[in-house]
Design a binder for this molecule. Structure first.
Ligand SMILES: C[S@@+](CC[C@H](N)C(=O)[O-])C[C@H]1O[C@@H](n2cnc3c(N)ncnc32)[C@H](O)[C@@H]1O
Length: 211
């Protein structure tokens, strides 16, 4: 059977690889800033891995947090790290294209480096349905860059399982797909990592008429 490569990458490899490439720091910074700006009462983080973004959640601001990931080991690690947040956090092991989340609830839905592994149009349609009327969607994507491998080379060989299994899309293409689901672009920001890889944080809200 064609197993999802994400089920075969140990959490320690993933975290060490992301840190070695400089991606973790950029991802944390994107999340911290959108979280501080929006102060979401209800938050969903899709493809939350071991919960690094959720460590920044403030109980005085946010009353409920949902983290979704397909890998149960990543969520076990997240559970250990997020104990202090207590009952406001719900971690769900599921495929984001099938998970059952409440409709029209979330002030912020954040999905960093997830669109590369799922059908983006289907995911945007689902996110549209989960957002509250004034909710905001924040996605981080890896821009296709000529000469830069989609998976950076590090000593963590398990990450190479992703090579050939991810689809990179430009920020314009991501914005077009979002718009087809009723999400209009508010802003986007690109950060280039030392090795040349480009990460884009795109922010969307429901387009008028979609509320
Ligand atoms: C590149 S990592 C995301 C990085 C993470 N958001 C961060 O900020 O560090 C991709 C994550 O998405 C999860 N994932 C991949 N496909 C998924 C799917 N169909 N449903 C849910 N989670 C998925 C993987 O298990 C992995 O944790």
């Amino acid at each position: 059977m064609d197993r999802n490569p994400w089920l075969q990458i140990p959490v320690a490899d993933y975290e060490a690889h992301m840190s070695a490439v400089g991606q973790s720091a950029v991802l944390r910074d994107f999340f911290r800033r959108i979280y501080a700006e929006l102060k979401p009462r209800r938050l969903a983080v899709l493809g939350c891995t071991s919960g690094s973004d959720l460590l920044d959640v403030d109980r005085a601001v946010t009353e409920s947090v949902v983290g979704v990931d397909i890998n149960p080991d990543y969520l076990a690690s997240a559970r250990e790290r997020l104990g202090a947040l207590g009952e406001i956090v719900r971690l769900i092991q599921a495929d984001v294209l099938h998970v059952d989340l409440p409709p029209a609830q979330f002030d912020l839905v954040h999905a960093a480096l997830l669109l590369e592994y799922v059908d983006p149009a289907s995911l945007f349609q689902r996110i549209y349905g989960w957002l509250s009327p004034h909710g905001v969607c924040s996605v981080v994507t890896q821009d296709p860059t000529p000469g830069i491998p989609s998976v950076s080379n590090t000593t963590y060989a398990s990450l190479q399982l992703l090579a050939g299994r991810m689809s990179l899309r430009s920020a314009d293409e991501v914005a077009r797909l979002a718009l087809e689901s009723g999400l209009e672009s508010v802003n986007h920001e690109t950060v280039t990592l030392p090795g040349g890889k480009c990460l884009v944080n795109s922010i969307f809200k429901k387009s008028r008429g979609g509320e």
